[in-house]
Design a protein around this ligand. Structure first.
Ligand SMILES: Cc1c2[nH]c(c1CCC(=O)O)Cc1[nH]c(c(CCC(=O)O)c1C)Cc1[nH]c(c(CCC(=O)O)c1C)Cc1[nH]c(c(C)c1CCC(=O)O)C2
Length: 344
């Protein structure tokens, strides 16, 4: 490694004071980058992730281009599912599509286990390449959470209302809990393997769990999340939870043994504090603002940084992923603004 290792984000995740507000952007590696679009002309997402050198390049690129404080491993929340027997394909502009969705208790029982060293050795090789040789910032690993993964596995693809998922949950609770437990065990093994290979923080994406009300979250989801995070806590890396439209669940998340809560753009930082959230916060510029004029981007970003600095425990991010129409120029300027404006 040539450059000095920048561990600012790890210190911020641990609640320590830092010399600037560290930043990364969800979906920073992807179609907003012209280099990535070129690679995508030849290879699918799964084909890229199966080639550690190429996958490491895609992961590294936004860090080098924008000067941000963390890399997030390029892969998808669907990556571990084929090993469990799920036939998943990622269709451009649609998202994950699954040919054999779960319909019955037998389908749940037939799900296999993940053996990381065999099934996703290419992911572990990419992590080692990045963390042992290439990166001078921490690499963030991740997994989808049980509800969000189950929603794809049951619906067979993206969904607006999660009707089939909820139907299974409400009408066949035993099957539901079997599915949650199987996914929880997979996630624990999967995340541990990523940590062992070298990632320094973990984000658990429960993107769609905001579709549940608080009572159902407590009944059908929270015990599984408690189990996952209690186990992962033993591995001593910062744990982040994130979801969309989940303001009503923030206090439930705050109860979990996590270090950081990721906010989408609907809830601002001081509001989250007023509700009673005590964890380090990550977020939360609406990615759509990055399509507006620079003055708007600048003023909205400063507002978020001011709130974060007033509170003291904040990592800058977007409120959801970078969309393909956001330019690399804008992301570079945003990273520079965050770093210079938050310098203390
Ligand atoms: C729900 C979810 C998925 N995947 C993910 C989530 C949770 C985060 C969220 O709420 O968005 C997580 C994810 N997916 C991807 C990453 C890589 C790391 C990063 O840069 O953030 C991460 C962290 C790569 C990807 N995953 C996907 C792409 C686009 C693939 C392409 O380039 O065509 C990337 C870069 C595909 C994907 N995969 C998924 C969707 C909804 C899509 C988008 C479909 C589309 O817009 O084409 C499922």
């Amino acid at each position: 490694m040539t450059k000095k290792f920048n561990d600012t984000i790890l210190r911020a995740y641990n609640g320590e004071k830092t010399s600037h507000t560290p930043a990364w952007f969800m979906r920073q590696a992807g179609r907003s980058q012209k280099e990535y679009r070129e690679i995508k002309k030849k290879y699918s997402l799964f084909e890229i992730t199966h080639q550690p050198e190429l996958c490491a390049y895609v992961t590294r690129l936004p860090v080098e281009q924008y000067g941000i404080d963390a890399a997030i491993l390029y892969k998808d929340i669907m990556t571990p599912l084929p090993a469990m027997g799920v036939d998943v394909e990622i269709k451009s502009g649609i998202g994950p599509v699954i040919d054999n969705p779960i319909r019955t208790v037998q389908d749940v029982e037939a799900l296999g286990e993940l053996n990381p060293e065999e099934d996703i050795d290419y992911v572990l090789d990419t992590i080692k390449l990045l963390t042992e040789e290439q990166l001078s910032v921490p690499l963030i690993g991740f997994s989808g959470a049980p509800f969000t993964l189950a929603s794809y596995m049951i619906e067979g693809g993206p969904s607006k209302n999660y009707a089939k998922t909820k139907a299974l949950m409400y009408s066949e609770p035993k099957t539901w809990y079997t599915l949650m437990n199987k996914l929880a065990e997979m996630i624990i093994v999967y995340v541990r393997a990523q940590i062992k290979a070298g990632v320094r923080a973990i984000q658990i994406f429960d993107s769609w769990v905001g579709a549940l009300n608080v009572a159902d979250y407590r009944t059908y989801i929270k015990p599984t999340m408690e189990h996952i995070f209690t186990e992962l806590r033993k591995d001593n890396v910062p744990l982040i939870i994130f979801g969309i439209g989940a303001k009503h669940l923030l206090l439930e998340w705050n109860d979990l043994p996590v270090d950081v809560i990721g906010l989408d753009w609907r809830t601002n930082i001081l509001e989250a504090r007023e509700i009673g959230v005590t964890k380090v916060l990550q977020g939360n510029l609406d990615p759509a603002i990055l399509l507006a004029d620079w003055e708007t981007i600048e003023s909205r970003t400063k507002l978020i940084l001011d709130e974060g600095m007033a509170d003291g425990r904040h990592v800058f991010n977007l409120g959801h992923g970078v969309t393909p129409d956001i330019t690399q120029d804008t992301l570079g300027k945003l990273a520079h603004l965050v770093r210079t404006y938050s310098k203390r």
